[in-house]
Design a protein around this ligand. Structure first.
Ligand SMILES: CCC(=O)NCCS(=O)(=O)O
Length: 349
């Protein structure tokens, strides 16, 4: 089998990293998030069912995980295709599609979207959080899990010959479960065998990213090829963020476009606004971490699509980049964050 060293691997095959262009490192194009349905507050049950309509859109934006249909992004392939074409027209080149086993990864749809839009799509290998692990996954050894992840990259995933190009998002809960711990060790082993990029979904506690990097390191992973996702909602304290940045992984702000009052998955956390995200990125840039920052929207529900009045996949390029410039982050730094850093991360070592 030819080596992937020096290449990035899309669902249409290996490409020269120079061809990736502006890259969103954490998105979903087809997935089923029913596993995370949150029952609505008493009295609001009728709002859970039925279609997405203007008259319930504000409620859905505040309670995205309590509306059943909102969780079925896989039903929206036509709208996603249209919005990928908008992303491309806005200057976008590549989407890293982080849907892993447990939340409805669909390799054939990803390949079709890549063929029909010309956007490079890089698919994710591995497993989402414990609550989605099958009984077989729960029973596997680290070696068996490693074998599956390696095969998804070298041979193809889900019975297809379509190959993944990153490992993740690897789902982790807080506290971390035993099965998730084994998957993390397998991720590290696959990473050290293949030199591939890896990306982690941390549990919702500010200590979680530290713990996960330690486990990966102990299992032999290359931290410099590792992305810690969802820092927006995970480390809100600046001193702790700068301590974490010292560990050397990529620091991902990937919930751009998500603005709500009440974070259903963790009400103790105030979800930052896009302006807050830009402020935190500016702090990291000022502290010298411009070579480790990544950005994305993590679209994973229908209401984030433009079809439903959402921001779509072009929000960062169209709206956030101009605001970053106003806030004193130069185009040169923005090009590192959206172009050079993803390219370096996605290139097999
Ligand atoms: C599958 C999508 C996903 O996990 N998104 C992260 C949502 S959150 O935990 O950051 O709220």
């Amino acid at each position: 089998m030819p080596s992937l060293r020096g290449k990035a691997q899309t669902v249409l095959g290996p490409v020269e990293p120079e061809h990736l262009g502006y890259t969103l490192t954490h998105e979903h194009l087809a997935m089923d998030y029913s596993c995370s349905f949150s029952p609505p507050s008493p009295g609001q049950e009728p709002l859970s069912d039925g279609p997405i309509e203007m008259k319930n859109l504000f409620w859905i934006k505040q309670n995205p995980y309590s509306h059943k249909e909102n969780l079925l992004l896989y039903q929206e392939t036509d709208a996603v295709k249209e919005e990928l074409l908008r992303f491309k027209a806005a200057g976008g080149g590549t989407i890293v599609e982080n849907t892993t086993t447990g939340i409805g990864r669909d390799m054939n749809t990803l390949k079709k979207l890549a063929e029909e839009t010309g956007v490079h799509i890089i698919a994710g290998a591995g497993f989402y959080v414990d609550s989605t692990h099958s009984s077989q996954t729960q029973a596997m050894t680290v070696e068996q899990l490693t074998g599956i992840i390696v095969d998804e990259i070298l041979k193809g995933a889900d019975g297809t010959d379509i190959k993944c190009g990153v490992v993740g998002e690897i789902g982790c809960s807080w506290p971390l479960t035993q099965s998730e711990h084994r998957v993390l060790q397998a991720t590290a082993q696959a990473q050290s065998q293949l030199g591939c990029p890896i990306i982690i979904h941390p549990g919702r506690h500010s200590d979680a990213p530290f713990q996960l990097i330690r486990i990966l390191q102990e299992a032999g992973a290359d931290v410099s090829k590792t992305v810690m996702s969802h820092l927006d909602r995970t480390i809100c304290d600046t001193k702790k963020l700068l301590e974490f940045a010292e560990l050397g992984c990529y620091l991902e702000y990937d919930l751009f476009g998500t603005e709500f009052l009440h974070y259903q998955f963790h009400p103790d956390t105030d979800m930052p606004s896009d302006n807050d995200r830009i402020t935190r990125i500016r702090i990291l840039v000022d502290e010298g971490y411009e070579d480790r920052i990544l950005m994305a929207h993590d679209v994973h529900t229908k209401h984030r699509l433009m079809k439903y009045g959402g921001h779509g996949y072009s929000h960062i390029l169209k709206n956030i980049v101009p605001k970053m410039l106003i806030r004193g982050i130069s185009q040169d730094k923005i090009d590192k964050i959206l172009l050079a850093n993803p390219k370096r991360w996605l290139t097999f070592k």
